[in-house]
Design a protein around this ligand. Structure first.
Ligand SMILES: *[C@@H]1O[C@H](CO)[C@@H](O)[C@H](O)[C@H]1NC(C)=O
Ligand SMILES: *[C@@H]1O[C@H](CO)[C@@H](O)[C@H](O)[C@H]1NC(C)=O
Length: 283
């Protein structure tokens, strides 16, 4: 696919994304009621009767919050507007996690960059305490200019990561091949903004510029649909328990993976000289 047709697909997707956003942004949850501060008290702020939340990072501390409730399956949407300008060294983590040594986890992590250079969206899936399933992406928009939605659709068959309703990653249930799948431990939603300049930006070469602090990320449009039946047409329809990608979404997934994926553990033969993990063979 050439640059030109790629451009057409981008504009089409932007339209599709804004339609999807406009249907989800209004009736979000309440950040005052549904979430609690995990660290950096005073650096977590809520506005507009709990409709908007901000996290800040300064030289002394980052900050974080988590949901009061736990969830087992469902569709979870959050809109984020990431640290703008020079965000090198900062990491904004947004993830679902259960507790304990054999916890399950579904991760989005946004690695900041110097002004004008792209953020990296790092994703991972932990099952029974084991991760090592990283995939990384650049985004097809500037995630600091506006809010964009980052969603997880999680059912007993698969986990789908979505950005503005575009699927970027699918982790299927491969229990039949001996790979544990998160399906019995409920998870909370977590987010945090912290300093990770030992490794985050260009492998740790670029440090946080504290003269630019405080760094701030914004959240809105939190929505949990434990009985995900919305977005009919976007997926195959039917009960959320059975949703998988339809042909249109499989094409969009391939588009993201072709043009925006910058790392995939499944193709990292240097890291897995004995052969890539079992789930990769069936991807
Ligand atoms: C959110 O919850 C807070 C605290 O319970 C309450 O004061 C506020 O009115 C709620 N906001 C909305 C939009 O319902
Ligand atoms: C930062 O920008 C560089 C140069 O464009 C890019 O290679 C890198 O993937 C970006 N992201 C991070 C987290 O370093």
């Amino acid at each position: 696919m050439g640059v030109f047709s790629n451009g057409i697909l981008v504009s089409f997707m932007v339209v599709a994304a804004s339609l999807a956003l406009s249907t989800t942004s209004v009736n979000g949850g309440n950040f005052s009621q549904d979430f609690e501060v995990t660290f950096g008290d005073g650096r977590v702020n809520r506005y507009g009767g709990g409709q908007l939340l901000s996290l800040t990072l300064d030289r002394d501390s980052g900050s974080g919050f988590r949901s009061k409730k736990e969830y087992l399956f469902g569709r979870i949407d959050m809109q984020l507007k990431l640290v703008a300008g020079d965000s090198a060294g900062t990491v904004t983590a947004y993830y679902l996690s259960s507790e304990g040594p054999t916890h399950d986890e579904i991760d989005f992590e946004f690695l900041g960059n110097v002004s004008g250079q792209p953020y990296t969206l790092h994703t991972n899936v932990f099952t029974q305490g084991k991760g090592d399933r990283e995939q990384q992406f650049h985004l097809w928009f500037d995630p600091t200019k506006d809010f964009h939605s980052y969603s997880v659709l999680w059912n007993p068959q698969m986990i789908i990561f979505l950005v503005d309703n575009v699927p970027i990653r699918v982790f299927k249930n491969h229990e039949a091949q001996g790979v544990p799948f998160p399906k019995s431990q409920s998870m909370r939603i977590y987010s945090s903004l912290w300093n990770a300049d030992q490794w985050a930006t260009q492998g740790g070469l670029i440090k946080t510029d504290w003269s630019k602090a405080p760094f701030t990320a914004y959240y809105r449009g939190f929505n949990v649909n434990p009985n995900h039946a919305a977005a009919t047409g976007a997926f195959t329809g039917g009960a959320w328990q059975n949703q998988e990608l339809n042909a249109w979404n499989r094409r969009r997934l391939r588009w993201v993976q072709k043009y925006y994926m910058i790392y995939n553990y499944c193709t990292d033969l240097k890291r897995f000289p004995q052969g890539v993990p079992v789930e990769c063979a069936h991807a």
